[in-house]
Ligand binder design. Structure first.
Ligand code: NAP
Length: 256
């Protein structure tokens, strides 16, 4: 990721604390770096401690502040404990980015109970767990930004992704409801739906499928993680104050 790209959108988040799930790689790492470079203190969450440390080190090298909180986002007790620790360490939470996610793609006749449960639990239950745990601090402060990373698969479906599409559509419903519940406390809740973004998740598709995807995307390329991070910065900033319950799609025109 180049600083040139990072400078495309500049927001000042100094004095704020952010938590990003799935910050060990891909889109979550780009989001954590962008928030950190914008002045927010960043709590980096994922399972891979070593990779999380790399993210935190990069934020520190750019002059920011970050700490790692290794955690399985599906574990309710661990999530509660994590929030106790973050609030003990930093006293406040202003920005929550629910980004951690997985795929277990296969056509519905072959989809196992485990494929279904793993994806729903990681992609949807985790958003519920982190939102429930984080929202009280935001309600007390009467300020907050919750940004949930959904997917175009949650908007239009995708063959082989019944579990994933259902989880991401669920994230949108959860976003809209929590936005309505919490708007009176000046907490905004929005979802971002990326299309195909170049990360390990889409690397797994292989070059042939990626070429097919590029043909289908009107802008004829995959998106970059930094482009999703830019959208997060906008929603997290003062400029995003009047946006809530919305779904922002960044997909190169795929769903247009
Ligand atoms: P990725 O490269 O596979 O990264 C996924 C992240 O989620 C990793 O940091 C991983 O960390 C974390 N994670 C997964 N399961 C976890 C668990 N049980 N506990 C804690 N952390 C967990 O994926 P990505 O492409 O960056 O995707 C990020 C988000 O964007 C996902 O929600 C994905 O569905 C969504 N999205 C991606 C695309 C795309 O084209 N790439 C498109 C639409 C939406 P550990 O393995 O270290 O735990």
């Amino acid at each position: 990721m180049s600083d040139k790209i990072c400078r495309r959108i500049q927001v000042d988040l100094s004095g704020q604390t952010a938590l990003v799930t799935g910050a060990s790689r891909g889109i979550g790492k780009a989001i954590a770096l962008a928030l950190g470079k914008s002045g927010a203190k960043v709590a980096c969450v994922a399972r891979n401690e070593e990779k999380l440390k790399e993210t935190a080190d990069e934020i520190a090298a750019a002059g920011g502040t970050a700490a790692i909180y290794p955690c399985d986002v599906t574990d309710s007790a661990a999530v509660e404990k994590l929030f106790e620790q973050v609030l003990e360490d930093w006293e406040q939470l202003d920005i929550l980015v629910n980004n951690a996610g997985i795929t277990r793609d296969t056509l519905i006749p072959r989809m196992t109970d485990e494929d279904w449960d793993d994806v729903i639990t990681t992609n949807l239950r985790s958003v519920f767990l982190f939102t429930r745990a984080g929202i009280l601090a935001m309600m007390r402060k009467r300020y907050g930004r919750i940004i949930n990373i959904s997917s175009v698969s949650g908007l239009m479906g995708n063959p082989g992704q019944a579990n994933y599409s259902a989880s991401k559509a669920g994230v949108i419903g959860l976003t809209q409801t929590v936005a309505r519940e919490i708007a009176g406390r000046k907490v905004t809740v929005n979802a971002i739906c990326p299309g195909f973004i170049s990360t390990e998740m889409t690397d797994a598709l292989g070059p042939m499928v990626q070429d097919e995807v590029k043909k289908r995307v009107p802008l004829k390329r995959l998106g970059e993680s930094q482009e999703i991070a830019d959208a997060v910065l906008y929603l997290a900033s003062e400029s995003g104050a009047y946006i809530t319950g919305q779904v922002l799609t960044l997909d190169g025109g795929l769903t247009a």
